[in-house]
Design a protein around this ligand. Structure first.
Ligand code: FAD
Length: 465
């Protein structure tokens, strides 16, 4: 195993247009910080690429030096997969350009872009792509894992809108993967994570989305059983224009929530309605929210789609401690409801939460074998996240998340969305994520990355010859 020394760094600096940041340099601590402040890794060098030539030069250096190596997109992975101690980080965070072609209804998105970059560029044309619910998340990691969010019931997973990807492979070869070119690689990129190469550009098909109807409905936490029994029937039967993720959480101390409920533990649903007259139709769709129990608060508003995408950005900014675990669910059993109720009553900190994100609707209209995403029959992708600004609470939130997950896991489908796998969950959990697609992914890995060069990820080692 080689490493990064002064000569290697000087060589990189000569080869790159972007900066190479090392421990003595100003800005090093900022460059190595990621969304989850629980992650504290110290790379030997962070090479901030500005174009494909830079990416190829960094890969060449990593191969020649034998250094540990990672690729950074938006820096939002829970386990901090985009950083390595003492190694070389290929940082895409300066490659955030988005080019929208409104006639063709496509967007070309650079590999380090954030969701907000894409939303901003597409919204001016009344267009968008289904992505995630926090606008600072990287398009790169989210898309390669699958990607779900407010538009998923209407337009599918993020990967269902992916038309092609430009990829630099481990040996430096540049390829475009699509249904027609390198279809095996294109299949694997749609859910298989960062295992196959550095994606320098994604091309997405865009969809009409403009102002959406948004609502938040909350009930006291002791109503969790009634609300979940209602929600598990109501949401899957609702038209695909309506999306609503279920949560247990603590009411934050600010608008739109009225002061008397600040700090109270609640269960709730965050709703989004797309389509014409989205606000009016949302009100009609949600007359049923009184059925399980009177809400403690029900708030509706129309919002431009990017406004909804950024709704929670300030509530959970970068720099907090995060510990998360996930699983897929095809049903919410009575036993699972008891678990949600128990752990919702015992949220360890004011920002800790559990979300059940719908992955049905249009996401179910894609054949199970068309992409690497292995859970087309899942109805919800669940995440349990212990969150707190104070590092002193790291162990508290870790224990709560693991205990909650351990009690809930027997009521799941057995595997998690790859982007909700936590730290060091192990090979069996990665296998469970991909199920019967695992062997096919390992075979594609053997073709495109036979020496497992890209392994700072939820790793799929190459299949043996
Ligand atoms: P990074 O940490 O930079 O990268 C994660 C992995 O992807 C690494 O292995 C990295 O090497 C690889 N990678 C990133 N970019 C590239 C690239 N261009 N080429 C090759 N490999 C690359 N997910 C959802 O689907 N929906 C949600 O609503 C959602 N909400 C979230 C909210 C929060 C607050 C957070 C922290 C995460 C959320 N996620 C959600 C999960 C998110 O999809 C993952 O954390 C994802 O890995 C983030 O991607 P990133 O590029 O920001 O991460």
């Amino acid at each position: 195993m080689g490493g990064i020394n002064t000569t290697v760094v000087e060589g990189l600096r000569e080869a790159l247009r972007g900066p190479v940041i090392t421990p003595p340099d100003p800005g090093y601590d900022e460059a190595r910080s990621v969304y989850n402040a629980m992650i504290d890794r110290r790379p030997a060098a962070i090479a901030r690429c500005v174009d494909v030539a830079d990416v190829r030069a960094v890969l060449s250096c990593a191969r020649d030096s034998g250094a540990e190596f990672a690729v950074r997109g938006g820096g939002h992975s829970g386990p901090g997969l985009c950083l390595v101690d003492d190694g070389l980080v290929l940082d895409l965070s300066a490659m955030r350009g988005v080019r929208v072609d409104p006639g063709a209804m496509t967007a070309q998105v650079a590999g380090g872009a954030q969701l907000g970059d894409l939303d901003h560029a597409a919204h001016t044309f009344g267009l968008g792509v289904p992505t995630g619910i926090i606008s600072m998340t990287g398009v790169g990691g989210l898309t390669l894992g699958g990607g779900h969010g407010y538009l998923t019931r209407k337009y599918g997973l993020t990967i269902d809108s992916l038309q092609s990807a430009d990829v630099v492979l481990a040996d430096g070869t540049f390829v475009t993967a699509s249904a027609d070119e390198h279809p095996d690689l294109f299949w694997a990129l749609r859910g298989g994570g960062g295992n196959f190469g550095v994606v320098t550009s994604f091309t997405f098909r865009l969809h009409p989305v403009d102002t959406v109807g948004v609502a938040v409905t909350v009930w006291p936490i002791d109503r969790t059983p009634q609300v979940l029994r209602w929600y598990r029937e109501f949401l899957p039967a609702a038209p695909h224009d309506l999306y609503g993720f279920f949560t247990v959480f603590t009411i934050p101390p600010g608008p739109p929530f009225p002061e008397p409920i600040h700090g109270q533990k609640m269960c709730g649903v965050v709703w989004c309605h797309t389509g014409d007259s989205a606000g009016d139709r949302l009100d009609q769709a949600l007359t049923a929210v009184n059925d399980p129990a009177p809400p403690a608060f029900h708030f509706t508003t129309p919002l431009p789609y990017p406004g909804l995408q950024g709704l929670f950005d300030t509530l959970i900014p970068e720099g907090y401690q995060w510990y998360w675990r996930g699983d897929f669910f095809d049903a919410i059993s009575d036993a699972a409801i008891e678990v949600h109720h128990e752990y919702g009553e015992n949220l360890p900190t004011g920002l800790s939460l559990m979300h059940l994100y719908p992955v049905d609707g249009a996401a179910h209209q894609v054949d199970a074998d068309d992409t690497a995403w292995a859970y087309r029959d899942a109805v919800w992708s669940g995440v349990i996240a212990g969150v707190d600004p104070d590092p002193a609470n790291a162990e508290l939130i870790r224990q709560w998340s693991v205990a909650y997950w351990s009690d809930l896991h027997p009521h799941s489908m057995g595997g998690s969305y790859v982007n909700f796998l936590g730290e060091a969950e192990g090979t069996d959990r990665v296998r469970a994520t991909y199920g019967r697609h695992y062997d096919r992914l390992a075979a594609v890995k053997r073709t495109y990355d036979p020496y497992n060069f890209f392994h700072a990820n939820q790793n799929i080692p190459p299949a043996p010859d």
